[in-house]
Design a binder for this molecule. Structure first.
Ligand SMILES: [Ca+2]
Length: 496
């Protein structure tokens, strides 16, 4: 039945003809399917909030939510923005949907001809099919051509910056000649984001609260992928200088305020008990703290991918609870789908329904017999239980040594052999290749579904300014969409 529903959805999407289901305006009752608010911070490290040990940043609202809900302490994302968001939206390893990198960079760039394929099924599409109102306020980063934008992938409403906030003309040197940073409402550019981005978190929060106001009487899914704390860091006027940790601390205090406002709004409407609030980050820290973990953003050490995660649903998630086994952003789709009454567990999904864990069964073992760490298309490590084997042969016991400092490969050869077998299975069933699969001569395994790719010349959302400041100068983004050579400025970054 679910398979049929999903294949019908695929056909409808491929035809570009999916219609919004009718939504009754009845008053919500206890026991109704829950609303979902998914707060996704950019580049927030494992050690950046008080509930996960930060003494640099004050986060009383998020900490209170953790006290009143559940901390997930081995919760994984992926090393950088685009693959991480692809996994979150589709419940799959990003290598499956071709979004393990952008075409010319570890993430999608403005005017990239690639993006999320129309046949991919997003959590928003699954929930909309169940009658949910679906909104995204913030950073999308799964393609900026119209076919790839959120309102063509299951979201009724979009407000935000479609990719990273450093893809602007104001970054030092701007080596890639980025066009002005656009702010969108649905498919329309409503303004150019100036160098000063201090309004962003405040405007996102206001939009999120207004979305809740509009949809409080029906099931809704509100996805809030904040642009902060990706650089450049800009705190709102009321938060400038409030922290003892510089502008990063100011931004984190503002995000904490924003989370508190969401919670206050749910209380105001009396829908807190009908709403699962899920707070996490898209990858490890760029500027912040990974706490006790080794590695940072971009790395497949724990610090690159293990993210601070809190789930809050009063009356359903037990207060002061904690889950320490492996769970991941890929679980969001199947978990939300299950709670909304849809069955999405098909061969397309790598994630698992963790709703029983969230409801208090925290003694439950991880649903992952193996979790795989990828950098771009390259398989770098596997975790099962407490053990993690890197492809360089180093083995770590994450329960005893979360910092991955003591290689135990020599003392545990049987464990190493068992995990090496899991790596082989991952290579066969998910894939493995170079970090940059676009390099000429590389063919992808059949496990990789096609990435979305437009055939025409891509367009920038805002025409690039001319070199001497004249408006509306838009040279072609590239000369040939099928040419895989990187344009100048898109060289492989160091350490990739
Ligand atoms: Ca990020």
């Amino acid at each position: 039945m679910a398979r049929m529903l999903l294949s019908t959805l695929v056909v409808a999407l491929a035809a570009g003809s999916i219609a919004c289901p009718a939504r009754p305006g009845k008053v919500r009752e206890a026991g109704d399917r829950p609303n979902f608010v998914l707060v996704f911070i950019d580049d927030m490290g494992y050690g950046d909030i008080g509930a996960f040990g930060s003494t640099d940043n004050r986060t009383p609202q998020i900490d209170a939510m953790a006290d009143d809900g559940m901390k997930l302490t081995s919760f994984y994302a992926h090393p950088v923005c685009t693959p991480s968001r692809a996994a979150l939206m589709t419940g799959c390893y990003p290598v499956r949907n071709g979004l393990q990198t952008g075409l010319w960079h570890p993430v999608l760039m403005p005017g990239d001809p690639q993006g999320i394929h129309p046949n991919e099924i997003t959590v928003a599409e699954v929930l909309r099919q169940q009658g949910y109102a679906t909104g995204i306020i913030g950073k999308w980063h799964l393609g900026d051509q119209p076919e790839f934008l959120p309102t063509n992938h299951g979201f009724d409403y979009y407000f935000g910056v479609p990719y990273s906030n450093d893809m602007s003309p104001y970054m030092p040197l701007n080596p890639r000649n980025h066009p002005p940073l656009p702010l969108l409402r649905n498919l329309e550019v409503i303004r150019e984001v100036p160098e000063d981005q201090s309004f962003l978190t405040g405007d996102y929060t206001a939009e999120a609260l207004a979305f809740i106001d509009r949809h409080k009487d029906q099931p809704f899914f509100l996805y809030i992928p904040h642009s902060m704390v990706h650089v450049p860091l800009w705190a709102g006027e009321e938060f400038k200088g409030v922290s003892t940790n510089g502008v990063l601390g100011d931004c984190i205090e503002e995000l904490d305020w924003s989370v508190g406002e969401i919670r206050r709004k749910l209380d105001e409407h009396g829908i807190a008990k009908n709403t699962l609030v899920f707070f996490t980050s898209d990858n490890g820290p760029a500027r912040g703290s990974a706490g006790p973990l080794r590695g940072r953003k971009g790395s497949t050490f724990e610090g690159g991918v293990r993210v601070p995660t809190v789930a809050y649903w009063p009356g359903t998630i037990p207060p002061r609870s904690s889950y320490g086994a492996t769970a991941t952003t890929m679980d969001i789709l199947p978990t939300f789908a299950a709670l909304a009454g849809a069955d999405s567990q098909t061969e397309r999904i790598d994630g698992h329904d963790i709703s029983a864990i969230l409801k208090g069964n925290t003694a439950k073992a991880s649903p992952y017999s193996a979790f795989y760490y990828y950098r771009g298309f390259e398989l770098r490590a596997v975790r099962t239980g407490k053990w993690k084997l890197h492809t360089d042969g180093t083995l770590y016991n994450l329960e005893a040594d979360v910092a991955e400092s003591q290689d135990e490969a020599n003392t545990n050869p049987e464990v190493k052999a068992r995990l090496a077998l899991l790596l082989e299975q991952g290579r066969e069933t998910i894939g493995d290749g170079p970090v940059w699969p676009i390099d000429p001569g590389i063919s992808l395994p059949p496990t990789v579904r096609p990435v979305g790719r437009i055939e025409r010349e891509p367009r920038l959302l805002i025409p690039r300014h001319g070199a001497k400041g004249q408006a509306a100068h838009e040279p072609p983004v590239r000369t040939k969409t099928v040419d895989v050579k990187r344009p100048p400025g898109y060289e492989r970054p160091e350490n990739w």
